[in-house]
Design a protein around this ligand. Structure first.
Ligand SMILES: [Zn+2]
Length: 347
């Protein structure tokens, strides 16, 4: 029999970074119009002990309690805030945040492997993100990136993901064999609550942008993970199949499902059941986004809403080898650099 399944959480952010990070960022934001007074990168000092404590008492503690082994770990999504400042501001901020996730991965190599945020900025050519992307892959061992389809923070001023403006990023993703999680950041549009509306809207929007296009004809090996269970996508799968038919697109399994994957950040059993009934098991990756948007305990179950492993364990739909795929197999396939890093460690 195969060895025990590795529980890989493909969606975790460094939401618990030491306070000094937020303080530095506040100073950077306060000096947006006064570049001479922006804090220097060297002024941010966070020791390994501080990093260790922030992880051991939070994410790692919960991973041990809940029984997950390894988290693909990226900078705090809501703090990316690509809408703030210009490219220079985003670039400095992304470099700092990516370095911290890298350091965490070095301190806890068995439990964290990094994915990068990009220094996106509204109205700026996405190709400007490539140096940071390459640095993170080459020097930091990043196995994926988070790509923000809306750097404006809720105003949707960028072209759709199928637009050629994004192609330089896709070419690098294909070259380096890394997938992107399509992940927005804070909403600065008061119509959209960040994690309750903007995130789920963006998940649904990204899927539809891919559906209406032929992006994956141009990039047959490009891979996107749509987080938060795919937003409204699994629930409205019939609508999307019907729209694809109207648009004379191929069946969704041929049109999109070689390239698009969904995570399990759905915080109740009926939602996970729906996701796993509707979406083929090969397209679902385990994730919790812990510690993230929803931190409370569900009074109906007595367990944390974001303890998503419980829903998989309680599922009567996902059984046997399907569970192995969701926990480990699919992640190794979608993140080939993760697979290679694990194999290099004999795992
Ligand atoms: Zn997230």
């Amino acid at each position: 029999m195969s060895q025990q399944t590795l529980i890989i959480d493909c969606h975790g952010h460094y939401t618990t970074a030491p306070k000094a990070l937020e303080t530095w960022r506040s100073r950077q934001v306060a000096a947006l119009n006064d570049p001479a007074n922006r804090p220097r990168v060297a002024e941010l000092v966070i020791s390994d002990d501080e990093l260790r404590e922030s992880i051991e008492t939070n994410q790692l503690r919960l991973m041990r309690e809940r029984g997950s082994d390894l988290t693909i770990f990226s900078p705090r999504a809501s703090f990316m805030a690509h809408h703030i400042g210009d490219f220079e501001v985003s670039s400095t901020w992304a470099a700092i945040c990516n370095e911290l996730c890298y350091r965490v991965s070095q301190l806890f190599p068995d439990h964290f492997i990094p994915a990068a945020m990009l220094p996106q900025s509204p109205g700026v050519d996405p190709a400007t993100c490539i140096p940071e992307l390459e640095r993170c892959v080459r020097d930091y061992g990043n196995v994926g990136i988070n790509l923000n389809p809306d750097p404006s923070g809720g105003h949707w001023t960028s072209p759709p993901l199928s637009d050629r403006a994004w192609y330089p990023i896709y070419e690098k993703m294909v070259e380096h064999n890394i997938p992107a999680m399509i992940h927005v950041s804070t909403s600065c549009n008061s119509c959209f609550h960040t994690t309750g509306a903007h995130y789920l809207n963006a998940d649904t929007t990204a899927f539809m942008q891919c559906l209406t296009s032929d992006l994956f004809k141009d990039f047959p090996t490009l891979k996107f993970i749509i987080p938060h269970g795919g937003g409204a996508v699994p629930y409205h799968w019939g609508r999307f199949r019907g729209l694809a038919q109207e648009l004379k697109k191929p069946l969704l399994k041929d049109h999109l499902l070689n390239n698009i994957f969904f995570d399990t950040c759905v915080y109740h059993q009926p939602g996970i059941d729906l996701l796993t009934k509707v979406i083929p098991v090969d397209n679902i990756l385990f994730a919790s986004e812990m510690i993230g948007a929803v931190r409370g305990i569900d009074p109906e179950t007595g367990h944390y809403f974001d303890d998503t492993k419980r829903y998989i364990e309680a599922s009567t739909i996902v059984v046997g080898d399907d569970r192995h795929k969701i926990y480990e197999g699919n992640a190794r396939r979608v993140f080939p650099r993760l697979d290679a890093a694990l194999k290099a460690r004999g795992r």
